[in-house]
Design a protein around this ligand. Structure first.
Ligand SMILES: NC(=O)c1ccc[n+]([C@@H]2O[C@H](COP(=O)([O-])OP(=O)(O)OC[C@H]3O[C@@H](n4cnc5c(N)ncnc54)[C@H](O)[C@@H]3O)[C@@H](O)[C@H]2O)c1
Length: 272
């Protein structure tokens, strides 16, 4: 109880139960997904990753389960979620983090690029949810966190159909939040901005001067830098666990302030 006589929900109390919380993280071997799965293991949760390859994540001898699954294949998704749920003995938390980018415009994108981005960045999150729902219904702390992007609301050139998929995942998440809220299933999004993962490293490496490009990107942020996968993971963990028990249907932006400000005008003759 706090001084006002109200019950307090401290992070340590909320995430440590006698029965461990069970979580599935798609894309759990990538930059943000791996940091999320690791943070969950560190918080005492049982974790399964779904990714294109097998990988090892450890905390105090506790290993994350690793399931190989191509999220473009709906049968493979159903089977991987079912087998992870059986091995974890249930599902309390589903984090959809797997994603790819495509640097196309509406003119240059072909159907293959469109389908690939939509399948991985959007449809897979619906399929994993559908398969996980029977287990989430049995949980007393069911929470879904979908990883969106700042591109859902503001985008840049050549980011089609990525931006379309990310906008749609936020709408889909609100739909899940309202359809399943009465059954105790919460659903939220985390929208990262520039995050220092291989997705961004690979983009930087394709620029004429990657160091100058990284510095220019850093200058866009009120914090003067991109965010780290661990910082995004902490936001995901917050929305996934019971500290956020009153929150559903929102998007939490983690972008170092990027989307808070209008672009700078660099022209020296113009004063702000
Ligand atoms: N890095 C950023 O700046 C940034 C910004 C905003 C949003 N995001 C989003 O964060 C999420 C994670 O991105 P990241 O930067 O960690 O990328 P990443 O490339 O490091 O990780 C993505 C993971 O998804 C997995 N994956 C891709 N296709 C798959 C498939 N068909 N089946 C199964 N797994 C598959 C990859 O193997 C990888 O482990 C994505 O949804 C991305 O759109 C990233």
């Amino acid at each position: 109880m706090n001084t006002a006589g109200k019950p307090e929900l401290s992070p340590s109390r909320s995430v440590h139960h006698s029965i461990p919380t069970k979580a599935i993280v798609t894309g759990g071997l990538g930059g943000i997904g791996r940091a999320t799965a690791q943070a969950m293991l560190d918080a005492g949760m049982r974790v399964a990753t779904l990714d294109l390859t097998e990988g090892e994540l450890l905390h105090n001898g506790e290993k994350a389960l690793s399931r190989v699954c191509d999220l473009r294949d709906s049968e493979a998704v159903r089977s991987a979620i079912g087998s992870a749920a059986a091995d974890l003995d249930g599902i309390d938390i589903l984090v959809n983090c797997a994603g790819i980018n495509a640097n196309d415009s509406a003119e240059t994108a072909d159907e293959k690029a469109w389908n690939e981005v939509m399948d991985i960045d959007l449809k897979a999150s619906w399929l994993t949810f559908q398969s996980a729902l029977p287990f989430l219904r049995l949980s007393k702390r069911a929470s879904v966190v979908n990883v969106s992007s700042v591109h859902a609301r503001m985008t840049s050139r050549q980011s089609f159909p990525y931006a379309a998929a990310k906008a749609a995942i936020e709408a889909m998440t609100r739909g899940i939040a309202i359809d399943f809220g009465l059954e105790g299933v919460r659903a939220n999004c985390v929208a990262p901005g520039w995050t220092t993962t291989r997705l961004v490293e690979s983009w930087l490496s394709r620029q004429a001067d990657p160091t100058a490009a990284a510095a220019a990107v850093a200058r866009l942020h009120p914090l003067g830098r991109m965010v780290s996968p661990a910082e995004v993971a902490q936001a995901i963990l917050f929305l996934a666990d019971e500290r956020s028990s009153g929150i559903t249907g929102i998007t939490l932006t983690v972008d170092g302030g990027l989307s808070a400000q209008l672009p700078h005008i660099e022209e020296p003759s113009i004063r702000a």
